[in-house]
Every structure is written in C-alpha cells, then in structure tokens.
Write a protein that binds this ligand. Structure first.
Ligand code: ADP
Ligand code: MG
Length: 351
C-alpha cells in the first residue's frame, strides 16, 4: 500500500512539475509553499527565491499590482475561487499578458493559483481587430466611390448634350470640364480596382504604362506635399507577364511611402530598365528620412509601422505580390539621405 501511495504521489508530483501552466501553492498566511518550473520561468525567479515569499509581494516593485492581487484574494476568500488577468511590463520593456485563477483550500490549508501566459493569444486578437477595421474602411471607401460614380454618369451625359451650345462660345471651359470629368472618372475607377478584391489574371503588360497611370493618379497628392516625380523609362522594354492591378498596388504603396517620408517636399526618382534581358527592374528612390540598418529587416512584417496613423500593411502586401511574380524587392537606405526600393521581376517564366 505504501508503494502504491508513493507511486501515486510521484505521479501527481510529475504532473505538478511538468505542467505548462505556472502553478503556485500558498498557505493562509499568503506564503508560497511550492511552485513548478513554469511559474519560475514566468517570474524569472528560482524556487529558493519564490518559496517563503508572500504572494502579495510577487511584484514588490509595482504597487498597483499588489492591489490587484489583494482584490483577487478577497474574491477568493468570498467565493472560494476567482479568475483574473494581469498585464506586466518587464524591465526589458516587453509587455506580457497573463490569466490567473485561484482555488481556495485545494488541499488542507493550501490554495492553488494557476497562471497562463496569454500574450500570444491577446496579440493575435488585437491584430484580428485591426485587420477587421481595415476591411470595414476598404468597403466604406468602395461604397463612396460607387456613390460618386453614379452622379458622374449623369454629368458626363448632359455635358455631352450641351456640347453644341457651349462649345461655340466657351470652347476652353468646355474642354477643361470634360477633361477634368474624365480625370475624376479614371481616379474613381482606379480606386475601385484597389478597394475591391479583384480576380487575379496574369497577362503580358507594359510595365511603363502601368507606372505612368500610377504616377498620374498620385500626382495630385504629390503636389500637396511639394514632391516632384522624375521618371526614366528605358525605351522598347519587353512586356512583362504580370497581374497589372496587383502591381499597381505595389507601386502605389511604395510611392505613397516615399511621399510620406518627405513632409518638407523633395524628389522621387522612378526608373524602369531591363537587366541582361532577364529581369525588369523598377527602382523608386526618395530623399526622405531613411531607415536605420536594424529596422530594414522589419520591413514587410505585418503591422510594422513607425507612423501614428500607419497600418504597417502596405509593404507586407507589396512583398507578397512581388513574391507571387517570382520577383524580389531590395532596399538600400541611408539615414538622412533617402531610401531606394528595387523591384525585380523575371522576364521568362516557366509555365
Ligand atoms: P505604413 O506606411 O502604414 O506605416 P508600410 O508597410 O507601408 O506601412 O511601411 C512600414 C514602415 O516602413 C513605415 O512605417 C516606415 O517606417 C518604413 N518605410 C517604408 N517605406 C519607407 C521609406 N521610403 N523611407 C523610410 N521609411 C520607410
Ligand atoms: Mg505605407
């Protein structure tokens, strides 16, 4: 019988020690009696340091945490058990989220607290919330674009009807009106392409033409920021097998970023050329703040942004699109001088 007992005790000790969750046993004087490895890892303390310590003093350096624990224990005393959560910022600045629950008197005179690290789960939920919000914004924007397109159709139709009467007297005004209307139309259409998820259709296309359309689209915003575009397109470039709407997204993201890092204005140089008849290279250079060396590897990670209202999704989407084109993006940057994004897309495709 003694053997059986010892075996059973060993079994429970193993379960206690190897549990993935942090476990703390403490007595009614609030003193910690036993802990397992996970708990030691969570608090960054050895067993010797933890045992004998008061649970109230687990975060002796943080007064408000002590109050949280006191509230938790009060609930445990009243209800027999309690679940709570806690956010802790370590000395290294890393924020962690924990759920912890306590059951009173699990063994004679001992209480058990289980601590679970839910940092990853919490962060994931936060990211989901963020991308949900983005989807809503995208849908809203697409809706507004549609609303504008309908009255536009009426305007275009009636202006055409008026052509014979206006054109004789006010030819110049008429031309401005029609060309501006055409411009609004093309911007709205462009915008709808970007807002709506499109069916993916790869085709042979002239990259320079795609880039010209994007430069046109963004020129209004560029003027606002006092930014000039310099474009150099090599002549007679071969067409590229690509998904034009997707490439437009990439160009817009990169050029927008370039505009945004030059709040005082400057030049954006865009060049397209072929390299050894194997690649088309599209380079976009700005004269902005530049990117510190250690931050370059973070580019393209979801939600990495240094902007107050940034999403940190532009580059992620762009990198993915270029990957789907079997291409590559290279970044060269010097702080205070500017940044160069080089996109390469292969000309020859297997299959
Ligand atoms: P967002 O523009 O919403 O911040 P992006 O994915 O487009 O998201 O860019 C991520 C981050 O990369 C930016 O916040 C910025 O710190 C950095 N970055 C991107 N392009 C440039 C650039 N041309 N110059 C300097 N930093 C840049
Ligand atoms: Mg961006």
């Amino acid at each position: 019988m003694e053997m059986e007992l010892r075996k059973s005790e060993q079994k429970f000790r193993r379960i206690f020690e190897d549990s993935m969750d942090g476990l703390i046993l403490w007595n009614n004087m609030y003193q910690i009696v036993d802990t397992n490895c996970s708990a030691m890892r969570i608090f960054g303390l050895t067993k010797e340091k933890l045992v004998g310590r008061s649970v109230l003093d687990l975060f002796s350096h943080l007064n408000e945490k002590r109050q949280e624990i006191i509230n938790h224990i009060e609930q445990v005393t009243n209800n027999g058990r309690q679940c709570s959560s806690m956010v802790i910022e370590g000395n290294d600045g890393i924020v962690k989220h924990f759920d912890y629950s306590t059951k009173r008197g699990i063994i004679d005179g001992l209480n058990l607290t289980v601590i679970i690290d839910v940092t990853e789960k919490t962060e994931m939920q936060e990211q989901l919330r963020k991308s949900d919000r983005l989807n809503v914004i995208g849908e809203l924007a697409a809706g507004i674009a549609h609303e504008i397109r309908n009255p536009m159709t009426a305007l275009k139709g009636f202006i055409q009807l008026l052509e014979p009467t206006i054109k004789s007297q006010h030819a110049m005004y008429y031309d401005v009106i029609t060309s501006e209307l055409a411009r609004i139309d093309s911007i709205i259409n462009e915008f709808l392409i970007l807002a709506k998820p499109q069916e993916i259709r790869f085709q042979e296309k002239d990259i320079c033409q795609i880039m010209r359309e994007i430069v046109d689209l963004l020129s209004a915003q560029a003027v606002l920021y006092n930014v000039q575009f310099h474009t150099h397109y090599e002549e007679q470039l071969p067409s590229v097998y690509c998904e034009p709407n997707q490439l437009k997204k990439v160009f817009i993201n990169l050029i927008k970023n370039a505009i945004e890092v030059m709040p005082g204005g400057g030049a954006i140089t865009i060049a397209i050329k072929s390299i050894k008849d194997q690649f088309i290279q599209i380079s976009i250079r700005d004269e902005g703040t530049g990117i510190p060396k250690d931050k370059i590897k973070k580019l393209g990670k979801p939600f990495y942004t240094t902007k107050e209202k940034g999403t940190g999704l532009g580059l992620m989407v762009s990198y993915r699109i270029i990957e789907e084109h079997k291409g590559s993006i290279e970044v060269e940057s010097e702080e205070g001088i500017g940044t160069l994004f080089k996109i390469r897309i292969p000309l020859k495709h297997e299959n």
